[in-house]
Design a protein around this ligand. Structure first.
Ligand code: KIV
Ligand code: ZN
Length: 545
């Protein structure tokens, strides 16, 4: 059996993924065998409503995933749009230290496009999928079971001819499929040379006991399954994605498909950070190591949140703002006396620094560059100049600039690359007992356009003034503000979702002034409208919502 999906990282477990199929006295398979982490933040995660990552952002996230010790990076779905193809291609060429995987439907043209995008990778993987449930066969694909068997054999064989030694096959909607038919399809995929077999709970329907039992039954029924990687891919519609993935691991699954912050279609995928910390914290019972470098979790989480604009709920396990906060007196008292009374993990285990005040207005370009490098962001030349300019502007208005501020500023710089419109000025007059009025100036390829508006609220007047300048009528569907750090002088982050011509576009921005951030976020959303128009939809609908 080849171990092409293995990579040497973090926790001293190399190579992961291929079990012996041996069982312990409780009938559990693969005790002690490392779990492969297959990260799909850039593919399934990118399908979450409102995500719109551009190619530089995707590259930056892919580099961070390598630092995090992820074994396989699913970089995208190359046939879905030219934009996705370009991003996967760039990641395949540039990112070393993990398997780079692309998704393809079971068609020759998808698979060929996928291969073209990933073939330059150090270790490429083609991931092909077909539905196996009768619901999908009848109502979506409109094909017979016999056709699915034929497609599986022919397309897996085709994948193996292009990418020998690393082909993943997924049976979409596996958990709602007839067990006999599912087993037949998977046996054909193994026979045709698939090296990883993925069993998706596509609609997040399974319960942990049921999913665990499915793993057991597949091991019993599918010839050769114990010689390949068996993978769990769980969606979170019932809030069970992590529970189901861990249940599969307990029954011997050797790969989990996960996303940072649990991003993904609808309610999302299983959260990488939750599974990794469960494996580490409860190694006594789970007994399955992994290569995740847990001290990189916080940074990865912040980066994905900054770039995608998906805020993290405060009580989210592991990476939420409150995950390590003790509020009640009894808890605080206990923790002060002995940390383990109420704490099962330490903040520093996931890379949260005790104190991260870093730079002030006298800090120079060199200090900025080396601090960014320390947190894994490597900038030079024009990029560094631009982030330095933003840093200076911020430091002039804010006493200290923290790591979280810097990461937000870098995110801001990345988001604005390739923009059509940029906000030049915004002036707002607002207060109690007066009508708010705003004047803006927005430039498009060097040409400035002015706009003005009056209305009951300052934010509304800004958005109307931008509509006036750009000549677009946007309908505001969502508006959120949060502070990046604590303190009255914190940077504020604004996220908007704007509907134009019946489609929704997200925009996000940070600034020391939330009204300025609001204006910038709105202009960013209109940039996404313009990009979509210019590309004639080339980046694909799902990128925009
Ligand atoms: O949820 C799902 O079934 C998927 C497949 C494409 C693997 O994302
Ligand atoms: Zn999925």
């Amino acid at each position: 059996m080849s171990t092409s999906n293995a990579s040497a990282h973090g926790n001293g477990c190399d190579p992961p993924g291929h079990g012996t199929g041996g069982r312990d006295t409780a009938g559990r398979r693969n005790i002690g065998v490392p779990v492969v982490f297959f990260d799909t933040t850039l593919r399934d995660g990118e399908q979450s409503p409102g995500s719109s990552l551009n190619a530089p952002e995707k590259l930056e996230i892919a580099h961070q995933l390598v630092r995090l010790g992820v074994d396989v990076i699913e970089a995208g779905f190359p046939a879905s749009s030219p934009g996705d193809f370009a991003a996967v291609h760039a990641i395949a060429r540039e990112v070393k230290g993990a398997v780079i995987c692309g998704l393809a439907r079971c068609t020759e043209s998808d698979i060929r496009t996928c291969w073209d995008a990933i073939k330059d990778a150090e270790r490429p993987r083609i991931h092909t999928f077909v539905s196996t449930s009768d619901i999908h066969l009848e109502h979506q694909m409109r094909v017979s079971r016999a056709e699915v068997l034929r497609l599986t054999r022919e397309m897996v064989t085709f994948c193996v001819s292009l990418c020998p030694g690393d082909v993943e096959f997924s049976a979409m909607d596996a958990t709602r499929s007839d067990l006999g038919f599912l087993s037949e399809v998977l046996a054909i995929a193994v026979e045709a040379g698939a090296t990883t077999i993925n069993v998706p709970d596509t609609v997040g329907y399974a319960t942990p006991t049921e999913y665990a039992s499915l793993m057991d039954q597949l091991y019993d029924r599918v010839l050769g399954l114990d010689r390949v990687v068996l993978s769990a891919h769980c969606h979170n519609d019932l809030g069970l994605a992590v529970g189901n993935s861990l249940a599969a691991v307990e029954r011997g699954a050797t790969q989990v498909e996960v996303a940072i912050n649990g991003l993904g279609e609808r309610a999302g995928n299983a959260a990488l950070e939750e599974i990794a910390m469960a494996l580490v914290t409860r190694k006594d019972i789970l007994q399955r190591p992994c290569n995740i470098v847990t001290t990189e979790i916080a940074r990865a989480s912040r980066m994905v949140s900054n770039f995608t604009g998906h805020l993290i709920q405060a009580n989210k396990a592991i990476v939420g703002k409150n995950a390590f906060a003790h509020e009640s007196g009894i808890h605080q008292d206990g923790v002060l006396k002995e940390r383990t009374t109420y704490e099962i993990m330490r903040a520093r285990d996931i890379g949260l620094a005790d104190s991260d005040i870093v730079l002030g207005k006298h800090s120079g370009r060199h200090a900025l560059r080396s601090h960014l490098a320390e947190v894994g962001i490597h900038l030079d030349g024009k990029e560094l100049d631009e982030v330095f300019r933003r840093f200076k502007e911020t430091a002039d208005r804010k006493k200290t600039v923290t790591t979280a501020d810097l990461e937000a500023l870098v995110g801001e710089e990345m988001r604005e690359r390739g923009d059509v419109y940029s906000l030049e000025h915004v002036y707002v007059s607002a207060g109690t007992d007066i009508i708010s009025s705003s004047q803006v100036s927005v430039s498009k390829q060097g040409q400035e356009k002015a706009g003005k508006a009056f209305s009951g609220g300052s934010v509304e007047s800004i958005f109307l003034a931008i509509d006036d300048a750009v000549g677009v009528k946007g309908k505001l569907m969502d508006y959120q503000v949060r502070s990046i750090t604590s303190g009255k002088d914190s940077l504020g982050e604004v996220r908007v979702v704007v509907e134009v011509d019946g489609k929704r576009f997200a925009g996000q921005a940070v600034s020391i002034d939330v009204l300025e951030a609001s204006a910038k976020a709105y202009v960013r959303a209109l940039n996404n409208v313009a990009m979509k128009r210019e590309a004639g939809g080339a980046r694909g609908d799902r990128v925009y919502l």
